[in-house]
Structures are given as structure tokens and as C-alpha cells.
Design a protein around this ligand. Sequence first.
Ligand SMILES: Nc1ncnc2c1ncn2[C@@H]1O[C@H](COP(=O)(O)OP(=O)(O)O)[C@@H](O)[C@H]1O
Ligand SMILES: [Mg+2]
Length: 303
Amino acid sequence: MQNKILEVRNVSKKYGKKEVLRNVSFVIYSGEIVGLVGPNGAGKTTLMAIIAGLIRNYEGNIYIDGRNIKEGSVEKKQVGCVIESPGFYPNLTGYENLKFFSKIFGNVNDSEINEVVKLLGLEKVIYQKTVKYSMGTKQRLGIAQAVLGDPRLLVLDEPTNGLDPNITPVVRNFLKDIVRKKSIGILISSHVLSEIEAICDRVLFIRNGEVIEEVNLNQENKTSVSYIFETNSVEDLVKFFEARGIKAIIEGEGKIKVVITSEMFENLLPQIVQKGIIVKGIYKQKISLEERFIKKMEGKIIE
Ligand SMILES: Nc1ncnc2c1ncn2[C@@H]1O[C@H](COP(=O)(O)OP(=O)(O)O)[C@@H](O)[C@H]1O
Ligand SMILES: [Mg+2]
């Protein structure tokens, strides 16, 4: 059993009479990257700011490493975050900014800074003033700042905002690597699922302040999907599947449909070919995450 890094339990938040978060509960285990996906106004930033300890007035409880964040302060940095756009001192260099932030959070030695700078590909720009940085460079410096001091949890709010629509491979590999190496947890938000799909282990869909669905991306391969086979020998192919206890439905002329996992598909396809059954085409019918998300999100949008 993995450790719980973060537990959000029944968190609600109101601004005046407006409920911005409603009974939000979820867990992040060590080694996991979890995506928080929802339209603008869904409550992502508010939730992340609460988790990062930047908003203290809320209902419910948040535990990091089993410890309620309401219970006083801890010596060590618990959460590293980039919320909204990371603010740096424009007339200081990237390195000076990192030194400044790491001083706030306790003892971070230079070799730690240098390592993170290297892993994020910032060596060439780190001694330049941050006023000269591009958005992408600022994003990477923000992540470096968040990671320093060995927090247990990283909270990255819309890191692709204003950037090219995908997290760059450098950042993606960096995050995927440290989340496991350091046994931490990462929560990362976006209003566009496809931007963060490639990096997450799990995605929470949030709408109108509620978590409405959770999808485990690592299990997608084990989920059954529909395959349509187009063939000259419908009967033979139906027999082939039925002999293996798989129900085959005839879908129009020369087409049959089976519901199997992609693992089964990979095992069965060579056998079908070996039997001399001619397959003219194969179509996979799967509701993509994007479609699922759009279906869930259509309708009410705040603002
Ligand atoms: N400081 C605030 N005062 C009043 N309402 C706010 C404040 N911050 C956010 N909100 C409202 O809370 C809702 C959720 O906002 P936010 O957490 O920023 O959503 P998201 O990050 O998903 O776009 C929105 O309707 C927003 O207008
Ligand atoms: Mg936001």
C-alpha cells in the first residue's frame, strides 16, 4: 500500500453566498501525478490555494503526510507550488531568485539548486535577469522554485497557461522522474485535458466546485473497448471468438463487433491471421477522455 501524501476531506469554500467548492474529497498517493481538470471558474485555483496553505478560511480538512495543515506550522516546506503566474524579481537573475526563495524555506544548499537547474535545462539562462525570460523559461524557473526544499507535494496551477499547449518534454520528464524518485505527490491543473493527459496517472474532473468524476489513466489499457472487424469470412471469425468465450455481434455486412481489452486484442490478432481468416479492416471504438470530459462539462458553466 502506498503512502497517502495528500488527503482532501470534505473541503467546501464560500465567497460570500457563493459556494465555490462543495465537499471536495480525494487522495494523492506517493509517486502519483494527479490532474485536476475543469472549465474556467470550476474552483481549481481556489482548491489549490487552500491545499498550498494560501487560503486559510475553508470548511473540511486537508492532511499532508497525515498531518492536518490547520495544526500550526511545520519546520519543513510541505508544499511547493506555482499558482497563477510565478512571481520573480525581474532585476535579479534566475539563480538569485532561487536563492531568495530557498532561503525562505530553510536550508537549501547550492548543489541542490544546481542539480534542479540542470535537470530543468536552465543552465544557459540561470545567470540572466528574469526580466529577459520567455514564458517557458519562467515556467521552468517556477517549477525549480517549487521543488527546492524537498516538499512532499507539488501543486502546479495551469502550468501551460500562456505557453504552447503542452507541457514540454523537459518538464514532463523532470516531473515524472522526481515524483517517483522522491516519493512525493503532484497535483497539476488545466482547463484543457489534452494538455496534461500525457503526464497524469489519474485525472479528477471538477465542475462548479465539485469533483464529478475520476479516471485512472494507467488502467485504460485494461479497460475493454469495442473492436469492429471487417472481414470476408464473418462466420469463421464469429466461430473463432465464440470458441474463446467471446461474444461476437454482427454489425452489418462483413462486420462483427467484439468487446475485449487491448491486451486480448494483441494476443488474438496473430491467431486470427494464422487461421487464414482475412481481416480487411479493424476499427477501435473508444470514448476518448476528451469526449467523456466534454460530455460531463457541457451545460452549466459559472461566470
Ligand atoms: N477572491 C475571490 N472572491 C470572490 N470570488 C472568487 C474569488 N476567487 C475566485 N472566486 C470565484 O470562485 C470561482 C472559482 O474560481 P477559481 O478557483 O479561480 O476557478 P478556476 O481556477 O477553476 O478557474 C469563480 O466563480 C470565481 O469567480
Ligand atoms: Mg484557475
